[in-house]
Design a protein around this ligand. Structure first.
Ligand SMILES: Cc1ncc(COP(=O)(O)O)c(C=O)c1O
Length: 466
């Protein structure tokens, strides 16, 4: 290592180990050059490099200061098998590519990125999104697309805003994504449930609800459903669109994993809508970086103006820097390459989950792993309570989510666990499923020998999970 590299390495280590704290003044060029017995030019060159790496910044006539050398919020999770998370694996996230896009966005758009922007989203981004959506048979004009700050925002806005059908009850699948249920609860909106099984929903029951129950919209995750992982058949999607139009009920189609679809022929409900009754949302959180808070909503003509009005009164506009970087990421082809990689990665993980389930779990425990996506449901037999096994697994450093949090309070919940493969590798999936099998066997033995845990003990473990 030459002198220049030596100086640079020394300062960098100090910054990354937090020995030099963010905001602290660095040693002067003169002090460093005398400590390392090198020329001032050598130190200036090292400091210049560190400045380019955004580790330090200079103040004219004052000196150099530390930015932030180490992340402040790194959580130790070694040894943990996390089947509960819905946030993407940091190992497969496109940080570096996206950093290029952020830098390019700042160079291209400059001060425009740090001001208020169109509440509907950058027009140029919406044009790129329109092209992107056409690959999934979603033909929407940029005027009908709204960039939102996460699809959670679009769902919340759909709950809040009035719809042209003048109706007020929301119909939700059971189970359903808990973020939607929470929004309905907080807003005191009347919500009714319809069972969603591996075979979809009962279309006759759906029609009865649409006809009789003042349904404003039906909230559905049409593919790779959260929490079960199941998808509707094309015929069911067609029928749902037909019924919506017949009874003037809207569909809020939450296609949060639309980019991860394996079957090129699996078109969304939106593609069967001929009367403008489908509100379509897609998130960029699961395939990219959830912290960017980026998603899109496509709205029928009658709804786009009201939706944009409610959105702008909610956040004025979605972060311009995130939007501009996404536009570059999409247009440069980086997005497609990344998504192809993610798709096959999650598909492989689901295959491993299927194999491990067949290998370790007793037949009385039902697992219907989908071919792709990130979630899968494990249905437990009587005698093995979902909360109890989740508490036992926690002791074994395996995190799973009991399914009752995905149900409306009045709807009978399945005794099941949601398993997510988004943050697990093959080895962890094998070990995790084996530990689930062992825990289930232990609990079944205890139940069989009549030594059930006291209700008090059960409640305390349940509270610890919440
Ligand atoms: C089904 C479903 N919809 C919406 C969301 C919210 O996504 P976003 O990060 O885009 O707000 C999630 C997050 O986990 C989800 O699982």
């Amino acid at each position: 290592m030459n002198k220049y590299e030596h100086v640079k390495r020394y300062i960098k280590d100090q910054l990354q180990s937090n020995a030099i704290k963010p905001g602290a003044k660095l040693m002067s060029i003169r002090e460093i050059s005398s400590q390392f017995a090198c020329s001032k030019n050598t130190v200036i060159r090292a400091y210049d490099d560190l400045e380019k790496e955004h580790l330090i910044y200079s103040v004219p006539k004052s000196g150099y200061y530390a930015v932030q050398g180490a992340a402040s919020d790194v959580q130790a999770t070694a040894g943990l098998i996390d089947f509960s998370s819905a946030a993407p694996d940091p190992e497969v996230m496109p940080y570096e590519d996206f950093q290029h896009c952020l830098n390019r966005a700042i160079a291209l758009y400059q001060d425009q990125l740090f001001s208020y922007t169109d509440p509907q989203g950058f027009l140029t981004l919406r044009q790129s999104l329109a092209k992107h959506l056409a690959d999934s048979q979603i033909f929407a004009r940029p005027e009908h697309i709204c960039v939102v700050s996460g699809s959670q925002q679009a769902l919340h806005l759909a709950n809040v805003m009035p719809f042209p059908n003048g109706k007020s009850t929301v119909l939700v699948e059971q189970p359903a994504y808990s973020g939607m249920l929470r929004s309905l609860e907080l807003l005191h909106i009347k919500a009714v449930g319809i069972a969603r099984t591996k075979d979809g929903v009962d279309l006759e029951e759906l029609e009865r609800h649409f006809r009789n129950n003042n349904i404003k919209f039906f909230y559905t995750v049409s593919r790779y459903h959260n929490p079960t992982g199941w998808s509707y058949t094309q015929e069911q999607k067609k029928q749902i669109a037909r019924l919506a139009s017949k009874y003037d009920v809207y569909i809020v189609e939450d296609d949060y994993l639309g980019d991860l679809e394996i079957d090129r022929k699996a078109d969304p409900i939106y593609s069967y809508d001929t009367t403008g009754h489908v509100i379509y949302t897609r998130s960029f959180s699961k395939v990219m970086l959830p912290g960017l808070r980026l998603a899109l909503a496509v709205l029928p003509k009658r709804l786009i103006e009201t939706f944009t009005l409610f959105k702008s009164s909610n956040d004025l506009s979605t972060a311009a820097l995130s939007q501009a970087a996404l536009e570059i990421y999409l247009n440069s082809g980086m997005f497609d390459r990344h998504v192809t990689h993610m798709r096959s990665r999650y598909r492989e993980r689901m295959k491993v989950l299927q194999d491990a389930s067949l290998r370790y779990l007793a037949p009385r425990i039902q697992v219907d792993a989908p071919q792709g996506g990130i979630f899968c449901s494990i249905t437990l037999p009587d005698g093995i309570d979902a909360w109890e096994i989740a508490a036992a697994l926690r002791q074994q450093e395996v995190l799973v989510t009991p399914s009752d949090r995905f149900y409306l309070p009045a709807f009978p919940s399945e005794n099941a666990l949601r398993v997510s493969v988004i943050r697990t590798d093959d080895q962890q999936i094998h070990n995790g499923i084996r530990r689930i099998a062992e825990a289930a066997d232990r609990l079944a033995e205890v139940a069989a020998s009549g030594q059930m845990r006291s209700a008090r003990e059960w409640h305390s473990s349940r509270n610890a999970m919440m």
